[in-house]
Design a protein around this ligand. Structure first.
Ligand code: SF4
Ligand code: SF4
Length: 470
């Protein structure tokens, strides 16, 4: 690294001690500028429309995504996940966490800048604010002006629209836990259960306060991800970076002495557009959510003054130091994250494709292990639990194999009708002639077979207990 560059970087680092972190005592009114990253932010935030739409999508006549807590089922299109399958949820959580780590290692806080609900909702709220109250200068003037009819009108309109978004956010969240259409009806007829009102009220309040008032403060002080991101990034991570060598010494475009200056004309546009109030020229800092707005701003300014863009750009520390960026597969962090990701994805795919349509469990009664009936026969009791995970009613037959002298008591115990999506526990008794038992524990297998619909056959190994030798 050249001495000149080293000295410029040191100057910047000295400056970095003067990082300004807004502690919430001032409202940031960021300017909006069109550009590549601004467009990408819109496209990314548009994905959240799915959040509002999905509760109304139907699949096979039922809600496509439904967390049915009373019945302990999670419906995901054609798949129904029961508590027994919740191990997949841990894999999904691992998948999400590792994806976040991997993306952060490669490109910093992309999640924060483009996809996070906090930044997306804040972006929608500030867009409305911009449309209603005007640009940042007009907004600051309005804030400072005494209350007037105009100020009341503008502020009221803004808050009503914010509240409508917050209300829709809360209602959409609640709609993932019950039938969405029925929920609307029950809210509108004021007949919704208390828990539905609590969920709606909580989500409404959090959305309205977090996106409308706290904004970047949530990222600074409440978000745990912002705190741990520094351990995930390294010198290879691509982040919005100010090109110190090219930009410094910064100064006005036309200076009196016609001194040689760097490309930064100190216009402060990059700071003016930053939604978290960061000056990226003082180096990477905690408040930066890597949204790229400063890149758009600086590129537009460079275009105006006839200089090449990229004074602020996505670049790694190594690139800035003139080193080659290693290929992704040569970065240990990325390789390890990718391997864990592949394992988690493999586990989820395996789990989803191997969820049995019916589950069977058999528990042998322990107290007593058996009873001797008045005619001398030996009787054992079992608790059977069967879950029909399919979307159809099933007619099934229970039988036993492996113990010739043991039979099920009662024909009716063998034929089972059970409805779609239900768990049925029932008792079954097996009997055997005492003389026919050759050992204390006679192994046998319960078989549960479908008599209609798809061919389903389940087996469960158990034992028949008897008093041989006594
Ligand atoms: S410094 Fe740039 S990339 Fe970082 S938050 Fe501000 S505008 Fe976004
Ligand atoms: S927008 Fe570009 S030129 Fe203007 S102050 Fe920021 S870095 Fe310098």
């Amino acid at each position: 690294m050249s001495e000149q560059r080293q000295s410029k970087i040191e100057d910047i680092y000295i400056e970095s001690h003067e990082w300004h972190v807004n502690t919430g005592d001032e409202t940031i009114h960021a300017k909006r500028i069109a550009g590549r990253f601004r467009s990408f932010r819109w496209y990314a935030s548009a994905l959240w429309i799915l959040y509002f739409a999905m509760p109304y999508v139907r699949w096979d006549g039922q809600q496509a995504i439904l967390f049915d807590i009373p019945h302990r089922q999670f419906h995901l299109f054609a798949i129904t996940i029961w508590p027994q399958d919740l191990w997949m949820l841990s894999l999904v959580l691992i998948l999400l966490a590792i994806t976040l780590f991997a993306v952060t290692a490669i490109a910093g806080r992309v999640w924060c800048g483009y996809f996070c609900f906090q930044t997306v909702w804040t972006d929608w709220f500030t867009w409305l604010e911009d449309k209603i109250e005007g640009n940042p200068i007009q907004r600051r003037k309005l804030d400072a002006a005494p209350w007037s009819t105009r100020k009341i009108r503008l502020k009221s309109l803004k808050h009503i629209l914010w509240m409508l978004i917050a209300l829709l956010t809360g209602l959409s969240f609640a709609a993932y836990f019950t039938d969405a259409y029925d929920l609307w009806y029950r809210y509108l007829s004021l007949d919704a259960p208390l828990v539905a009102w609590v969920v709606l009220g909580s989500l409404f309040t959090v959305t309205y306060i977090f996106a409308g008032f706290m904004r970047e403060q949530v990222c600074f002080w409440l978000c745990p991800y912002a705190r741990i991101q520094s351990v995930m990034i390294d010198k290879d991570t691509e982040l919005p970076t100010y090109d110190v060598e090219r930009g410094e010494p910064r100064g006005k475009l036309h200076n009196k002495n016609n001194e040689k200056r760097g490309d930064c004309i100190d216009c402060h546009l990059c700071v003016g557009v930053c939604p978290t109030g960061v000056d990226i020229r003082t180096g990477m800092q905690e408040g930066c959510i890597t949204c790229g707005m400063c890149i758009d701003a600086c590129d537009s300014m460079m275009e105006k003054v006839g200089r090449p863009g990229g004074l602020i750009r996505y670049a790694s520390r190594k690139e800035m130091d003139g080193e080659m960026l290693p290929a992704l597969f040569k970065r240990p962090r990325v390789v390890i994250y990718s391997l864990i990701l592949a394992l988690a994805i493999g586990g989820i795919v395996y789990g989803l494709t191997h969820i049995p349509p019916v589950e069977l469990s058999v528990v042998h009664e322990r107290q007593p292990l058996f009873i001797q009936m008045s005619n001398g026969d030996i009787k054992n009791k079992y608790t059977i639990k069967a879950i029909n995970k399919t979307a159809n009613d099933l007619h099934m037959r229970l039988s036993i194999v492996g113990a010739e002298n043991v039979r099920i008591v009662g024909e009716e115990a063998q034929d089972i009708n059970f409805q779609a999506g239900t768990l049925i526990p029932f008792h079954v008794f097996l009997v055997a002639k005492r003389d026919a038992l050759k050992q204390e524990r006679t192994p046998l297998t319960f078989i549960l077979e479908s008599l209609n619909g798809a061919k389903i056959k389940l087996e469960y190994e158990s034992v028949f207990m008897g008093p041989v030798g006594k």
